[in-house]
Design a protein around this ligand. Structure first.
Ligand code: LRH
Ligand code: MN
Length: 430
C-alpha cells in the first residue's frame, strides 16, 4: 500500500483559499491586460511547465562532517517514488524523477517501472556514479574513473555507464548524465591533456552505445572532490567535449558548479547559440557547491537564466530543448517541502520571464538605452505571479498552497510510523 495524500484533503484545503486566489488572479489579469498580456495564455504555460526531482533529494542530505537523518527517511527507490508522487500530487509540475545508480539500483526494473507508472511518475535523466567505490568493486576510482591512468579502471567506468543506459531504457528514460569527480589535488599530479584525452576516449565508447533517440549530458564542476584541477572544470571543457563527441552530446549546467559571481546566464546563452544546451541542475549557493534550495539566495540570477531560455523560445532557436531538473541537498528542512518550494521557485522564474516585453527590450538594446532595457527585465521580475502559479496547480488538481496542505496531511509523521529510522549520523551528501 503506497502512502499518498488524500484528494479530498487537497480539495478541502483549496476550498479555504479559493476566494482569495480568484480575487488576486483577477487583479493580476487586469494588471497584465494593461500590458496587452492575456493571463490565460501565461497560466496555460505554467500548467505545461515540468521540472524533474532528483531521487537522492527526497532523503536528508549531509556534508563531509555529518548527516542528521530526519523522520520517515525514504530507505529505497520505492519510498523515494512515494515521496516524489506526493510532491507531484501537490505541485503538479514534477512528474519526472531522476535516479542515480547504483544508489537506486534494483533487481527487477520492470517491477520498478510498474510502480512508477502506478504513481503517474516518469523517469528523467539517468545519473551514473563513478565517484564512489562500490562494495565489491575491482578497480578503485581513487585516482579517477573515465580519465584514470589505469585502463582497467576506465573500462570498468565505461561498463557502468553502459549499464546505466540499459537500466534507463527499461524505465523509459532518454538521457544519460555523466558527472565525474576526476581531477588532481597537487600541481604536477596530472598531465592535463593526456587526462582529457583519456576521458574523451572513454566517453566515445559510452557515446557509441547511446540509442539514437537518447542524449548524453556532460556536467562540469569547478572543484570537489578534486581541489586543484577537475577534468570537466568549466563550460569551456564541457562544450569542447560535447562538440568532440557528437550531436547527441550536450552540456548540463549545475548552478552550484561555478565560482561565485560567474555570469551563468551568459554561459547559457553561449550553449544555446551553439545548440549544446542539454539541461540544468537547479539549486542555489553562496560559496561552493552548497546545493541549497533554488532561488533561495539569487532569485534574480535564476530569472535572468530563464530570460535567456524564454528569449531562445521566442526566437525559435534551432536545437533548443533543454531539460529542467533540481539537484539539491536538504540538510535542515523536510526534503519534500524544499523540493515543492524549489519547483515553484523555478516555475516562477520561467513565468516571470514570459512577461518580458521582448520587442521593447530589443529596441532599448539596439538604442543602447541601458536603463530602460534593465527596467524592462526588472518590471517582469517584480510582477508577483503567485496567483498564476497557484491557479495552474489548482486547475491540474494540485494544491493552491502545497506546504500548508502537506502539513495538514501530516504525511511525514504518518510515514515515520512505517519507516523505521535509519539511525546513525554518518556523513556524506546522502
Ligand atoms: C555533483 C552533482 C552531480 C550528482 C551529484 C549528486 O556535485 O551535482 O550532479 O551526481 O551532485
Ligand atoms: Mn548536479
Amino acid at each position: 500500500m503506497t502512502n499518498r495524500i488524500d484528494k479530498h484533503l487537497i480539495d478541502q484545503a483549496n476550498t479555504k483559499d479559493m476566494t482569495a486566489l480568484q480575487e488576486d488572479y483577477d487583479a493580476l489579469a487586469n494588471q497584465l491586460a494593461r500590458k496587452d498580456i492575456d493571463i490565460e495564455q501565461i497560466t496555460a504555460k505554467a500548467q505545461e511547465f515540468q521540472i524533474a526531482v532528483p531521487s537522492w533529494g527526497t532523503g536528508t542530505g549531509g556534508t563531509r562532517f555529518a548527516r542528521f537523518p530526519g523522520e520517515g527517511e525514504p530507505r529505497n527507490i520505492y519510498e523515494k517514488l512515494e515521496d516524489s508522487a506526493v510532491i507531484n500530487d501537490l505541485s503538479q509540475c514534477t512528474e519526472r524523477v531522476s535516479p542515480h545508480f547504483p544508489w537506486d539500483k534494483v533487481d527487477d526494473f520492470t517491477e520498478l517501472k510498474g510502480v512508477s507508472d502506478s504513481l503517474n511518475l516518469k523517469w528523467d535523466s539517468i545519473n551514473s556514479n563513478t565517484f564512489q567505490d562500490q562494495q565489491d568493486q575491482t578497480h578503485s576510482y581513487k585516482y579517477g574513473s573515465l580519465s584514470n591512468t589505469s585502463e582497467a579502471a576506465r573500462e570498468q567506468a565505461i561498463e557502468h555507464n553502459i549499464d546505466c543506459i540499459k537500466w534507463g531504457q527499461a524505465l523509459g528514460s532518454k538521457t544519460l548524465t555523466v558527472w565525474v569527480g576526476d581531477g588532481s589535488n597537487h600541481p604536477g599530479q596530472q598531465h592535463f591533456q593526456s587526462a582529457f584525452e583519456r576521458y574523451l576516449a572513454s566517453m566515445k565508447k559510452i557515446y557509441a552505445e547511446l540509442p539514437a533517440d537518447w542524449e548524453m549530458h556532460i556536467e562540469h564542476k569547478m572543484f570537489e572532490p578534486a581541489f586543484y584541477s577537475t577534468i570537466i572544470q568549466d563550460w569551456g571543457s564541457n562544450i569542447l567535449a560535447a562538440m568532440e563527441l557528437g550531436e547527441q552530446a550536450k552540456s548540463l549546467v549545475d548552478l552550484g558548479h561555478h565560482a561565485p559571481n560567474v555570469n551563468i546566464e551568459m554561459i547559457v546563452s553561449r550553449l544555446i547559440q551553439f545548440k549544446k544546451l542539454g539541461g540544468f541542475h537547479f539549486n542555489d549557493s553562496k560559496y561552493g557547491d552548497d546545493d541549497l534550495d533554488s532561488g533561495s539566495l539569487h532569485p534574480y540570477q535564476q530569472f535572468l537564466i530563464f530570460n535567456e531560455l524564454v528569449d531562445a523560445q521566442y526566437r525559435q532557436q534551432p536545437g533548443f530543448n533543454p531539460n529542467y531538473m533540481l539537484d539539491q541537498s536538504h540538510n535542515v528542512t523536510d526534503p519534500i517541502e524544499s523540493l515543492m518550494n524549489s519547483a515553484a521557485s523555478v516555475q516562477r522564474s520561467y513565468i516571470s520571464a514570459l512577461l518580458v516585453n521582448r520587442e521593447q527590450l530589443s529596441e532599448y538594446q539596439l538604442n543602447n538605452d541601458a536603463l530602460m532595457a534593465s527596467n524592462t527585465l526588472k518590471n517582469a521580475f517584480n510582477t508577483d505571479v503567485s496567483p498564476i502559479l497557484a491557479m495552474a496547480r489548482l486547475r491540474k488538481g494540485g494544491a493552491i498552497d502545497p506546504i500548508a496542505t502537506y502539513r495538514l496531511a501530516n504525511y511525514r509523521n504518518s510515514v515515520a510510523k512505517v519507516r523505521p529510522s535509519t539511525g546513525g549520523n554518518g556523513s556524506g551528501i546522502v
